[in-house]
Design a protein around this ligand. Structure first.
Ligand SMILES: [Zn+2]
Length: 302
């Protein structure tokens, strides 16, 4: 039996969204903005506006006229089921369009949203957060401008083009027989445990990063890192590469700078936690790749 989450939350920006990255002339974008079926999703302070049913609040882009919109203006996310979809970043303060309470923290409500909506919101959030944090050219320091309807930024002074950053991270379920190694970060809620994770260093393969990160965080030597699946993670813009790896032994030497705790947990305990018949630890939320790595392991024989 194998387990394959489809679609993975935040991944693929939902199957129905065509990014249209090659077709973003000013005329084309104007045509999309004028399309009566065009829609816009709205963010403020990194939070999307959601309906009471927890779907993205969608309005025609023209409704945003007169609102206080941050640079980059409309970001064209692509065609959703053939209709143009934009994202806007409203400046802070009251709006006549959306109530302040409608802007919700994605991490708090993520488990209640469907994966396709999370994918669209995650793509939009990564773009808007990147624009917000990268207003100035990293090369010469002058103000840069959005181009290609928010796909990139360009510096008018030195002509450098800046592309949105995606930072690769490995996240791994370390296994030893029927035990898996879970860790608790310093910011985790009390009792919460998840798969170990860490950023890939320049010049490193993901497999090398798995082996190094596990050793650094827990002192455990692992071998045979095996890629399982991937999740884009918009906090702010990581690409989580999910692996399993096999531990040589179970001795833990905890790096307290990196983790508050780490422990081995048996497959039967993980299964009981998922079935809510055990409170041995709090499992990762449903919208995380760590949740799906654990589900993948539970679905394996043994
Ligand atoms: Zn520049």
């Amino acid at each position: 039996m194998s387990y394959n989450p489809t679609p993975m939350p935040y991944a693929g920006a939902s199957p129905q969204l065509d990014f249209m990255e090659l077709n973003r002339s000013r005329d084309e974008i104007k045509k999309h903005l004028d399309n009566p079926k065009a829609r816009a999703i709205i963010f403020q302070n990194g939070r999307p506006a959601l309906t009471p049913q927890l779907t993205p609040f969608r309005v025609h882009p023209k409704k945003l006229i007169g609102q206080n919109i941050y640079d980059p203006g409309p970001v064209f996310l692509g065609l959703e089921d053939g209709q143009p979809l934009f994202a806007f970043h409203l400046a802070e303060g009251p709006s006549t369009l959306v109530k302040t309470d409608d802007f919700q923290e994605l991490r708090r409500v993520g488990s209640q949203l469907n994966p396709a909506d999370l994918a669209v919101l995650g793509r939009a959030k990564s773009f808007l957060d990147w624009h917000f944090d990268h207003n100035f050219c990293a090369k010469c320091g002058n103000k840069s401008h959005p181009e290609l309807a928010g796909l990139i930024r360009k510096c008018p002074s030195c002509s450098t083009e800046h592309y949105p950053r995606v930072n690769p991270v490995v996240i791994m379920l370390v296994l030893h027989g029927d035990q898996c190694l879970l860790g608790a970060g310093h910011k985790f809620p009390e009792g919460a445990f998840s798969a170990l994770a860490g950023f890939i260093s320049p010049g490193e393969t993901p497999e090398e990063a798995v082996i190094r990160e596990v050793k650094e965080e827990t002192g455990v030597d692992v071998t045979n890192p095996r890629y399982i699946f991937t999740q884009p993670w918009p906090y702010p813009s990581q690409l989580m590469l999910g692996f399993t790896a096999e531990a040589h032994a179970m001795d833990i030497s905890l790096n307290k700078e990196e983790l508050r705790a780490a422990k081995w947990v048996s497959k039967s305990t993980v299964r009981d936690v998922f079935n809510k018949t055990s409170q041995a630890f709090t499992r990762p939320p449903r919208y995380t790749i760590a949740y799906h790595l654990l589900r993948y392991w539970l679905a394996e024989q043994g």
